[in-house]
Design a protein around this ligand. Structure first.
Ligand code: C2E
Ligand code: MG
Ligand code: MG
Ligand code: MG
Length: 273
């Protein structure tokens, strides 16, 4: 009897695993089609300058409206894309589409808006990345200084030497570079300084709760001081309350993003006012 039970369990896991793998394969195939059928689109979240309270930029955050499953989170589909080579195709689509959209917003409304685009580690390894960025700028007329490319701390640390080379090539195009999700990886200040970045984004996990905890606020204060000491602009991610915003302003943080300031929205909605 024990044997039968064991066998039943084995089959149960087998079925569950097979179903999970089938969903992944299906989603990967769907994602492949999504790129060409307009199901992928960038939402834009405002980046606010703290001293003036003005929107100085927008971060493009990719959205997937699946024909059957509806909204699929980037937390699910970006890793899926990163496992295949799809992320490079998707990344190029994001660069083309967002530079076009923001360049036309800038000229239609006379806004001095900067665009933040996320890059994954796989894109840093793609020899076509630098030409793709150059082409997007040339085609749309977006000034290079109005484009900021965000790379996570863990992506930069995977192969520091190779990353430094790509970042230098991007920098020579005149674009700005940001380290995203700072504090979640293991980079040292010395490594950050070598990479000659422009902006440091403090991960949301450090911002949550700063208004209620002296220790949490002290940590953020020291990150800001450290970043300023090496000439970086500091952006706080995930600001959800007026208290957090007030404290960040008091601590001398330069810019902020978060639901309290604005959720990611389609361009037409964000600029409808
Ligand atoms: P990220 O670049 O660190 O983006 C910030 C994430 O926090 C976004 O999640 C945003 O919607 C969310 N967020 C913003 N403000 C708040 C807040 O106040 N509270 C909370 N709880 N969340 C907030 P999202 O849009 O789900 O994107 C997740 C991640 O997916 C991004 O993290 C980024 O790493 C990746 N991603 C998104 N779009 C792209 C893309 O076009 N290319 C690549 N390579 N990665 C992307
Ligand atoms: Mg980002
Ligand atoms: Mg982030
Ligand atoms: Mg993140």
């Amino acid at each position: 009897q024990a044997k039968a039970l064991g066998r039943g369990r084995y089959e149960f896991f087998d079925v569950a695993l097979r179903e999970r793998m089938q969903r992944r394969l299906r989603m990967e195939q769907d994602l492949r089609d999504a790129v060409h059928s307009g199901q992928l689109w960038p939402a834009y979240q405002p980046v606010v300058d703290l001293p003036t309270g003005e929107m100085v930029g927008v971060e493009a955050l990719l959205r997937w409206t699946h024909p059957v499953h509806g909204a699929v989170s980037p937390a699910e589909f970006i890793p899926l894309a990163e496992e295949s080579e799809l992320i490079n195709e998707i990344g190029k689509f994001v660069l083309r589409d967002t530079t076009r959209e923001v360049a036309s917003l800038r000229s239609a409304r006379g806004l001095d808006l900067s665009l933040k685009v996320n890059l994954s580690v796989r894109q840093l390894e793609d020899p076509q990345l630098v030409p793709a960025v150059r082409d997007a700028l040339a085609t749309t007329g977006l000034p290079p200084s109005a484009l900021c490319l965000e790379v996570t701390e863990s992506a930069l640390m995977r192969d520091e030497v190779a990353a430094a080379e790509v970042l230098a090539a991007l920098r020579s195009l005149g674009v700005l570079l940001a380290i995203d999700d700072f504090g979640t990886g293991y980079s040292s200040l010395a490594q950050l300084r070598r990479l000659t970045l422009d902006t440091l984004k403090i991960d949301r996990s450090f911002i949550t709760g700063i208004a209620d905890s002296r220790d949490a606020a002290a940590i953020v204060a020291s990150i800001i001081a450290m970043a300023h000491a090496v000439g970086l602009t500091v952006v706080a991610e995930g600001v959800e309350t007026a208290e957090e915003l007030a404290l960040l302003r008091q601590l001398g943080c330069d810019q902020a993003q978060g639901y309290h300031l604005g959720r990611p929205l389609p361009a037409a909605e964000l600029f409808a006012q």
